[in-house]
Design a protein around this ligand. Structure first.
Ligand SMILES: [Zn+2]
Length: 537
């Protein structure tokens, strides 16, 4: 037959299976690879069916292309998440983050991770172009198939039929899986929107526990929770760049009144679980667990929650338990909206409130990616010279863009130092001068910025993801064991026990062994998804 490409449907099927298989292998492992291949093949086998009508052949080509691309994109998305977070798309970490992201956060995320995302997009486009060319080679004319081909086709179709007959296999099909996934996101969002009942239950539990206040007189406690701060980047913890001059000055002036916990760790590498653990005393899932805010209110504190985050889940799970809730970052389009300094007026206002007992929670964005948005434009003193830190990064072979992220991260810390010290300064000076005052600062989790690997971002699989700062200041006389306390290992999911001590709250079920300030503190290492060399170095 003249002017017609020789018909090689089997070769095209093999080549397309190879391309899809490559993506499948990157995103799945073990038996799953074979299961997905079995789900992939039936439509490809269609290419062996003779179709004379060019229009129908065109449709077949489009259908086959879409089919293969669904598998390829599924593999690419999973491979990306595995590489970046060692997480599956339907794991709690990814579901929670996606359900909780708004447009602004998504664009910030993309502007930080665009290189990797672009790489996967490029791979998908190249794969897509190849598949489009190959999908042309479907059979046109009837041809007597060899016996071998019939046997092979029958066997393949039998395996595929078995795959589609089995529900657990069928559910792995990308179309089924991602439809389900989108539903889970919707369900999660709906459950957050309806947490009013949970909060009422938490308040009721707190009232039943009948917490009492063990110390007379007015009391003010400020809890500053920040985001994505790695203590290894703070001069306060010995970093070689002067990222925290104000906190260092506070420490020099306050001495042992200011306890810098040298060995502080988070038990989680992302915000939602970290905050759930902090406010749920490290076991938020058990039925009798108290919520720190509910307990403080039941004891007679007026509670504030002020936040620079724009976050539905945190608002519903924690913030709405407070008496006064202020999300300053809810106005879209404000240029300075993401700067934490916006909160300082709120802190001052709360400190000036005449209430006898005040518990003020301040939730900062800290150095949440994208780092360059976390400090005022142009305020980056670390990017114009090669210092010891930069030289060290070059020696360790860190790429130019990770080194640039490190500059920006450190600049974000320098601005952060200003905001955090201001909250401490305000706590020390504003409001009732006779009050018992305490201030605690810690991060929800750490951040990898070229410390252990050539990456920047949240990091569940390296120690940098968990190495946080934690600082306690009180206007009381320094504790006699201050020096020893600062060396104790500390875990953020137990912070509720320490804050309860600062609030001077007592109730049944208290565990002093978990309060880092207590004489009988008993350390237990948190279960992290990696091996930590030592919790005290
Ligand atoms: Zn966070």
């Amino acid at each position: 037959m003249p002017n017609r490409p020789t018909e090689k449907p089997w070769r095209a099927v093999a080549a397309m299976t190879g391309i899809a298989g490559l993506f499948i292998v990157l995103g799945h492992d073990g038996r799953r690879v074979l299961q997905l291949l079995a789900l992939l093949l039936p439509l490809l086998a269609w290419l062996a069916w003779p179709l004379r009508n060019p229009a129908v052949r065109g449709l077949r080509r489009i259908a086959v292309w879409l089919w293969v691309m669904v598998f390829a994109l599924d593999g690419a998305a999973r491979a990306y998440l595995l590489d970046a977070y060692q997480a599956a798309p339907d794991g709690a970490l990814v579901l929670g983050a996606v359900a909780n992201s708004n447009v602004r956060e998504t664009s910030e995320y993309l502007s930080m991770h665009w290189r990797t995302v672009a790489l996967w997009c490029a791979a998908s486009i190249v794969g897509g172009a190849c598949v489009w060319r190959l999908a042309r080679h479907g059979r046109r004319e009837p041809q007597r198939p060899s016996r071998g081909a019939i046997v092979l086709l029958t066997l393949t179709l039998l395996v595929c039929a078995a795959a589609y007959a089995s529900k657990p296999w069928r559910r792995l099909h990308p179309l089924a899986f991602w439809t389900n996934w989108a539903q889970s996101i919707q369900t999660l969002r709906a459950s957050w929107a309806d947490e009013e009942r949970e909060r009422q239950a938490a308040l009721a539990r707190a009232r039943v526990a009948a917490p009492s206040i063990t110390r007379d007189g007015p009391s003010t406690v400020v809890l500053v929770i920040t985001d994505s701060i790695n203590r290894d980047n703070m001069a306060l913890y010995g970093y070689r760049r002067a990222t925290t001059p104000r906190l260092v000055a506070h420490q020099a002036q306050q001495g042992d009144r200011m306890l810098v916990l040298r060995n502080a760790w988070s038990a989680d590498a992302s915000t939602l679980p970290a905050l759930r653990n902090m406010f749920g005393f490290g076991r938020p899932e058990s039925a009798d667990t108290q919520h720190l805010l509910a307990l403080a209110r039941a004891a007679g504190y007026k509670v504030w929650w002020m936040s620079n985050h724009d976050d539905i889940a945190i608002e519903q799970q924690h913030a709405r338990l407070a008496d006064v809730v202020d999300f300053v970052n809810r106005t879209p389009g404000r240029a300075s909206a993401s700067l934490d300094g916006e909160l300082l007026d709120c802190v001052q206002e709360a400190l000036e409130d005449p209430a006898e007992r005040k518990f003020i929670v301040v939730h900062l964005l800290g150095a949440h990616p994208h780092y360059s948005l976390r400090f005022p434009t142009g305020h980056n003193p670390f990017d114009d010279q090669v210092d010891a830190v930069e030289a060290g990064l070059i020696e360790e072979g860190r790429s130019a863009w990770v080194r640039r992220f490190r500059h920006e991260y450190d600049a974000a810390l320098l601005y952060h130092d200003f905001v955090v010290s201001e909250t401490l300064q305000l706590t020390r000076t504003v409001g009732n001068s006779g009050a018992n005052r305490a201030w605690m600062y810690l991060s929800d989790h750490g951040q990898e910025v070229g410390h252990g690997t050539d990456r920047a971002g949240h990091s569940p699989s390296t120690e940098s993801g968990y190495r946080i700062p934690a600082v306690v200041w009180r206007n009381d006389q320094p504790l006699p064991m201050a020096k020893e306390i600062m060396q104790r290992p500390f875990r953020a999911d137990w912070v509720g026990w320490t804050v309860a001590d600062l609030l001077n709250i007592r109730w049944d079920g208290q565990q002093p062994g978990r309060n880092v300030l207590a004489p009988d503190y008993r350390w237990e290492p948190p279960a992290l998804p990696l091996k930590v060399r030592s919790f005290t170095e």
